[in-house]
Design a protein around this ligand. Sequence first.
Ligand code: URP
Ligand code: ZN
Ligand code: ZN
Length: 484
Amino acid sequence: MTFDLVIKNADIQTASDRFTADIGVTGGIISEIGQTLDAKGAKVLDATGLRVVPGGIDVHTHLDMPFMGAVTADDFKTGTEGAAAGGTTCLVDFAIQAPGEALQTGVDNWHKKADGKAVIDYGFHLIITDLPESRVPEMDAIVEQGIPSFKLFMAYKGALMSEDDAIFRAMRRTTHNGGMVSLHCENGHTVELMVKEALADGNTTPEWHALTRPLACEAEATNRGIALAEMSKAPLYVVHLTAAEALEAVRRGKRAGLPILAETCPQYLYLSHEDYRRPGFEGAKFVMSPPLRPKGNEKALWKGLNDGTLSTVATDHCSFCYELRPGTKMGKVLGKDDFSKIPNGAPGIENRMQLMWDAVAKGLISAEKFVEVTAANPAKIFGLYGKKGTIAVGFDADITMIDPNKPYTISAKTHHMNVDYNPYEGRTVAGTIKEVLLRGQPLVENGTLSSSLPKGQFIKRAKYGETLWGQTPVKSSALSFTGV
Ligand code: URP
Ligand code: ZN
Ligand code: ZN
């Protein structure tokens, strides 16, 4: 066997095993894993002292997205460069169908945004905002294009929100076309009411964003979403779950044998409601939906990750600058006098792997769990497995190498994302992302973003319950929802 690249002395960590070996890469694919591979004629990367893990897969990002009168600060160039610097080699971004528009138009628009800009591989989910009965069949063609997941919102009334009948329609269709619905679970009706009342009482500060979206608002919607999934006999993926009570609903659903999956995000594990009380208007940096929760709630989330109730950790990367961008009307300061006008969302695409590896160092999760929730499960759930999500022969050589003995301090001064603050500013994490490869090509070299970055490819994903073994979709009996 001849190789283009051999990674020598790799301390390989997957979701199930840890072992030391050499990794041979041919044509961007892992072609052999062995004890002493012959590297003659190949480029050699010595991984001595580094932990070698599958490239991260972030299945919840919003790049170049118009939202709340602004557009997210990161596009597919800066967003994927940030992702790469942080050890993420594949993402699944949310395309949007605007109200009144064909579903296909949303997908076409997103291809235009990403093509030629992304430096890591990517797929799309499709956000559905308008689904009369007549549009339901359009979902099938989207699934066939390798976009087998849809997101509907139970929040953002008057903007992205769908009513239960539309959600139910979408779910029922996925039972026929191999797709899966994911839900943003917050009760948009109660939010609207509580926001109006808060503002009428003169409560305008960022903390009121959280006070008008209490834990029960998320728990109610999560329970309702699970009931809709049960009625339609469809799988459901709950995005950015935060509340302990919502987690309990997912746990109950799983115990009842329903195909319910759930994701959380680093911000809900590491930040808290107290961040809304930072001086001045600084709390706006943390305005996202669902909001950060009171200290203590995160304990339930760590437990949910460890007992498998939560399957993935994604970022919900949705970056808006804090200050107004010169020449534009975009920035968190749009809501200086009214918290409901602060664009919802926060950056995180660059820091997810660092923060979750820090959790390994702190003993909050095992190294196997780290790989499971940052790469293996995202790949299995979203039809990328067989190609991405582990280090094995036949998989893409998407590989991240962490120096576990070199702490790293997160800062907006050094991050690559196109946003003027970092929610984790000044936090020191246990490891440094040292080398990152996308299909064997360098994204990060010796801790620095490569000067010649590869071109990211659109990945046609397999349908729910299928994998991409040998790049061909196959039904996977291993991929039962209880397995992830
Ligand atoms: O605040 C958030 N999460 N913004 C992004 C849109 C969403 O709800 O995912
Ligand atoms: Zn959401
Ligand atoms: Zn989101």
